[in-house]
Design a protein around this ligand. Structure first.
Ligand SMILES: Nc1nc2c(ncn2[C@@H]2O[C@H](COP(=O)(O)OP(=O)(O)OP(=O)(O)O)[C@@H](O)[C@H]2O)c(=O)[nH]1
Ligand SMILES: Nc1nc2c(ncn2[C@@H]2O[C@H](COP(=O)(O)OP(=O)(O)OP(=O)(O)O)[C@@H](O)[C@H]2O)c(=O)[nH]1
Length: 457
C-alpha cells in the first residue's frame, strides 16, 4: 500500500492546484472562488520518483464563517487519521491568517508530522509570508508555486523521509566534504555534452551514471581531483553532476528537444547548489543566456559563467571584457558573478571552473554571526546614512541572517518602505563585498519594526 499524504489548509490557498500537479491529471476542480473543491478527493501522486497516495481535504462551500473552523477541523482530522504526513498549505500572497494560526494549533497538537507549504510564491509579494510563517511554530516551510511548478525539488526533499521506502545516502549537505550538486546549463550547442564528457573522461573514478536524485533527473557521481587544494583533506572532491537534456539528447526525438530542454534545465537548476552557465565564445552573450542567468539567481542558486570554445575565440580579451561589461549592465545581482574562460575541447580552465564552483558553494552555505553582521552594519550605515524623505530620517536598526543556501538577511528599521532601491543595493553590495559572500546572490528583506525580535509590525 502506498503511504498517504494529506493536504490541509483553508479555502483558496491552492490545495486543489497542488493536488492536480501531484496527481498529474486535471481531476480536481480549480476555481478562483473560495470553496470550490467539493469533496475529499484522493489520487495516486508522483513527485519525481516518489509515489504516494494524496488526499485533498476540502468542500467548505456555503460555509459561513462561524461554522467553517469546526467543519474544517472534522475534515482535517479524518484526513490526518490515515496519513503518514500532512502538507499544511498557506497562501504566500495572502499572508498568515487567523484561521491558518488556528489550523497550525490543531496540527501541532496532533502527533502527525507536518510539512508547512507556502504556496503562490512565484512573485515577490510572498517573501514577507515566508518569514511570518515561522510564527506558526512548524519550522521553516517549503515555498512553492503549485500553479507554476516551482519549489517541487524542495517539496520532494521534505516529503522523502516520510513516503520513501529506499534508503537515501545521507550526509550533512553543509559539510565542506559533502558532494557538490552541480548543474551545467546553456543554450543548445554551447558545448555542454563536450564539457561533461571531458570532465568525466579525465576522471576514471566515475561511479555512475545511476539514478541518484530521481529517476527523471539523473545525477552522475564522480570525484574531481583538485590539483592545488587549499586544504589537503579536500583534494578529492565529490560531485553530483545533475543531468540536463544535453546528456540524453541522443535518445530523443529532435523536435521534442527544444521543449524538453527548457524543462530539464529548470529541473537541473532546481536540484543544483551551483549552476555553471556555459556561453559560446563564437556567439557572445545572447538574450537567452541572460534569461537563464536571471532564472538561476531568482531560484537562489550560486551562478558561475564559463565562456566555452576559448580555443577558437577570436579577439579573446575584448570578447571577455565585453561579456563582463554586458553582465554588469544587466541584472545587478550578476555583478561579481565569476566569469571564466574554458575550453571543453582542450580541457583548459576546467580545474579553475570547478574550484570556483566549490568556492561559490562555500559562500552560499555561509552564515555570519549576528554580532559580526551588526558591527559591519553600523559602519555601513554611519558611512552612508539612509536618506530623510520629507525631512524625517529613515532609521535602520538591526540586521540578522535569516537563512543560508542562499544567504538571506532581514534588516529592521522604521519606514523602510521609503528606502530607495539605490540604498538597498548599497547594503546588498556591501554584504557581498565585505562579509565573504562574494559571488553568490544574496537576498535582503526590509521590515518595519521597533523590536528586532518581533516579526510583525
Ligand atoms: N498565483 C498563484 N495562484 C495559485 C497558485 N496555486 C493556486 N493558485 C490559485 O488560487 C486559487 C485557488 O486554488 P485552489 O487550488 O482552487 O484552492 P483550494 O485550496 O483547493 O481551495 P478550496 O477548494 O476552496 O479549498 C485558484 O485561482 C488558483 O489558480 C500559485 O502557485 N500561484
Ligand atoms: N572548438 C571548440 N568546439 C567545441 C568546444 N566545446 C564544444 N565544441 C563543439 O561545439 C558543438 C556543440 O557541442 P555539444 O557539446 O554537442 O553542445 P551541447 O551544449 O551539448 O548541445 P545541446 O545538447 O544541443 O544543447 C560540437 O560541435 C562541439 O564539438 C570547445 O571547447 N572548443
Amino acid at each position: 500500500m502506498l503511504p498517504s499524504v494529506a493536504i490541509i489548509g483553508r479555502p483558496n490557498v491552492g490545495k486543489s492546484t497542488l493536488f492536480n500537479r501531484l496527481v498529474g491529471k486535471k481531476i480536481a476542480l480549480v476555481d478562483d472562488q473560495p470553496g470550490v473543491t467539493r469533496d475529499r478527493r484522493e489520487g495516486d501522486a508522483k513527485l519525481f520518483d516518489l509515489k504516494f497516495r494524496i488526499v485533498d481535504t476540502a468542500g467548505y462551500e456555503d460555509e459561513d464563517a462561524a461554522t467553517l473552523p469546526g467543519r474544517m477541523r472534522q475534515q482535517t482530522e479524518a484526513a490526518l487519521a490515515g496519513a503518514a504526513v500532512a502538507l499544511f498549505v498557506i497562501d504566500g500572497r495572502a499572508g498568515v491568517t487567523p484561521l491558518d494560526e488556528e489550523i497550525a494549533r490543531w496540527l501541532r497538537s496532533s502527533d502527525k508530522p507536518v510539512i508547512l507549504v507556502i504556496n503562490k510564491v512565484e512573485g515577490k509579494q510572498a517573501e514577507d509570508t515566508i518569514y511570518d510563517a515561522f510564527s506558526l511554530g512548524l519550522g521553516e516551510g517549503v515555498a512553492i508555486s503549485a500553479e507554476h511548478g516551482q519549489g517541487m525539488a524542495d517539496l520532494f526533499e521534505a516529503l522523502m523521509p516520510y513516503v520513501d521506502g529506499f534508503e537515501e545516502e545521507s550526509y550533512d549537505v553543509e559539510a565542506p566534504d559533502a558532494p557538490l550538486q552541480l548543474a551545467i546549463v546553456g543554450r543548445p550547442n554551447a558545448g555542454k555534452s563536450t564539457l561533461i564528457n571531458k570532465l568525466l573522461g579525465e576522471n576514471r573514478l566515475v561511479t555512475g551514471p545511476e539514478a541518484g536524485i530521481t529517476r527523471d533527473s539523473i545525477a552522475i557521481d564522480w570525484v574531481w581531483h583538485d590539483p592545488n587544494p587549499s586544504d589537503p583533506e579536500l583534494a578529492d572532491r565529490r560531485i553530483k553532476l545533475i543531468d540536463t537534456a544535453g546528456m540524453r539528447k541522443r535518445a530523443r526525438v529532435q523536435e521534442k528537444l527544444e521543449k524538453l530542454s527548457v524543462a530539464d534545465t529548470r529541473r537541473a537548476i532546481d536540484f543544483a547548489e551551483v549552476v555553471v552557465l556555459l556561453l559560446d565564445a563564437t556567439k557572445g552573450l545572447e538574450h537567452q543566456d541572460l534569461k537563464i542567468a536571471d532564472h538561476v539567481i531568482e531560484e537562489g542558486r550560486a551562478l558561475i559563467i564559463a565562456i566555452n570554445k576559448w580555443d577558437v575565440a577570436e579577439n579573446a580579451s575584448s570578447l571577455f571584457n565585453g561579456i563582463k561589461a554586458a553582465l554588469d549592465e544587466g541584472l545587478s545581482q550578476l555583478k561579481g558573478v565569476p566569469v571564466l574562460a574554458v575550453s571543453a575541447a582542450t580541457g583548459k580552465g576546467l580545474d579553475q571552473m570547478l574550484k570556483a564552483a566549490f568556492e561559490a558553494r562555500e559562500s552560499w552555505n555561509r552564515r555570519v554571526s549576528t554580532g559580526q553582521l551588526n558591527r559591519w552594519f553600523e559602519e555601513a550605515v554611519a558611512a552612508n546614512p539612509p536618506p530623510a524623505p520629507g525631512g524625517r530620517r529613515i532609521k535602520l536598526r538591526y540586521v540578522t541572517q535569516a537563512r543560508n543556501r542562499p544567504p538571506t538577511f532581514i534588516v529592521f528599521g522604521n519606514r523602510v518602505d521609503q528606502l530607495p532601491d539605490s540604498y538597498r543595493r548599497y547594503l546588498l553590495n556591501g554584504i557581498r563585498r565585505d562579509l565573504g559572500f562574494g559571488a553568490v546572490p544574496v537576498r535582503m528583506n526590509f521590515r518595519s519594526s521597533k523590536n528586532p525580535f518581533a516579526t510583525k509590525d
